[in-house]
Design a protein around this ligand. Structure first.
Ligand code: UDP
Length: 319
């Protein structure tokens, strides 16, 4: 039986991943400090739960795979205690890599499209180095995640840890926290309550929204690859560590997102209101998914409207 540890497993992604892995017969342990994760996300899911901060050394056990998802990920949450966020990225990654080094687990690390910052290359391929402000309000997360990638590289070099990076683009779906503060959860909840949509800036900035099931498919496929398969594919690409963009390339402005939600909820009377754009907010974002397609044989399958319908159904249950 495959033994899996999910750090941050009580959060949005972890709750979806734990469900999938349990269904597939894995023995799942979740480590979470419940900073943004919620125990209710795991209700009825047979996992071993450890309430602990990933910045502290992780209790020894023999895992086959460790998914490192522990970090607040929405801008309002990761900016709330920015030093905590930065250290969660760095110390958490280090603790995961130390454990993996000892138990020889494969590490699947949740990196992020944020490592590209406000990108000057569009769409963003993995080889793009990014355009990140080291001193802005998003730096605690962006730079923390960049260091986590570098730490991964150094542990792979120094100790042969098998670590695989996933640069996750905007993802939405059931088990998102209603208080997450991200655009999809905000807009759906505003629409369900007939409150005005809060568009930041002009609403013309774009994002590419991926339904969570598609991401979980990619996670699972990635973990099934052998180290030799990873080496062969990524060394041919000229990168030093396995790294994949995982996201849906469908690109929408925030105004289009609001309009799509309005179409799905025809009785909704929400108007559009505008608020200033937060600092360093990326203007455009869209993954180049070629490597994930070629390596995993994966492609996102859930179109925006379909994923939004499932997410709206979930948020109705939270009202
Ligand atoms: N945004 C918005 N209204 C909101 C929340 C976010 O217009 O209520 C914008 C935000 O400024 C950004 C985009 O939506 O341009 C995506 O924001 P989110 O926080 O979901 O994720 P990000 O990709 O910025 O990390």
């Amino acid at each position: 039986m495959t033994k899996v540890l999910i750090t941050g497993g009580a959060g949005f992604l972890g709750a979806n991943l734990a469900r999938r892995l349990v269904k597939e017969g894995c023995q799942v342990t979740v480590l979470d400090n419940l900073y943004t994760g919620r125990l209710s996300n795991l209700e009825g899911v047979p996992v071993t739960f450890i309430q602990q901060d990933v910045r502290e050394p992780i209790p020894e056990a023999d895992y086959d795979v460790i998914y490192n998802l522990a970090c607040p990920a929405s801008p309002p949450h990761y900016q709330r205690e920015s030093l905590f966020t930065l250290l969660t990225c760095i110390d958490g990654m280090r603790n995961v890599l130390e454990l993996a080094r000892r138990c020889k687990a494969i590490v699947i690390h949740a990196s992020t499209s944020e490592i590209y910052g406000d990108p000057e290359v569009h769409p963003q391929p993995e080889r793009y180095w990014g355009h990140v402000n080291t001193l802005g309000i998003r730096s605690c997360y962006d730079e923390g995640k960049r260091v986590a990638e570098t730490l991964s590289l150094e542990y792979a070099r120094a100790y042969g840890v098998d670590v695989r990076l996933v640069r996750i683009f905007n993802t939405y779906g059931p088990y998102m926290d209603p208080k997450d503060g991200r655009v999809v959860s905000n807009f759906i909840l505003q629409a369900l309550k007939n409150e005005a949509f809060t568009l930041f800036g002009t609403g013309e900035q774009t994002r590419s929204f991926q339904f969570v099931d598609d991401l979980i498919d990619a996670f699972v496929l990635y973990a099934q690859k052998t180290a030799a398969e990873c080496r062969a594919f990524f060394s041919e690409k000229g990168v030093t560590l396995p790294v994949l963009n995982v996201g849906n390339p469908g690109e929408f402005t925030m105004r289009e997102l609001a309009e799509t939600i309005l179409r799905l909820l025809p009785d909704c009377t929400s108007a559009m209101t505008y608020a200033p754009l937060p600092g360093d907010d990326p203007k455009r974002r869209r993954p180049d998914n070629t490597w994930a397609k070629d390596f995993l044989g994966w492609a996102p399958r859930v179109p925006l409207e379909e994923g939004l319908k499932a997410t709206i159904a979930y948020f109705r249950t939270t009202l």
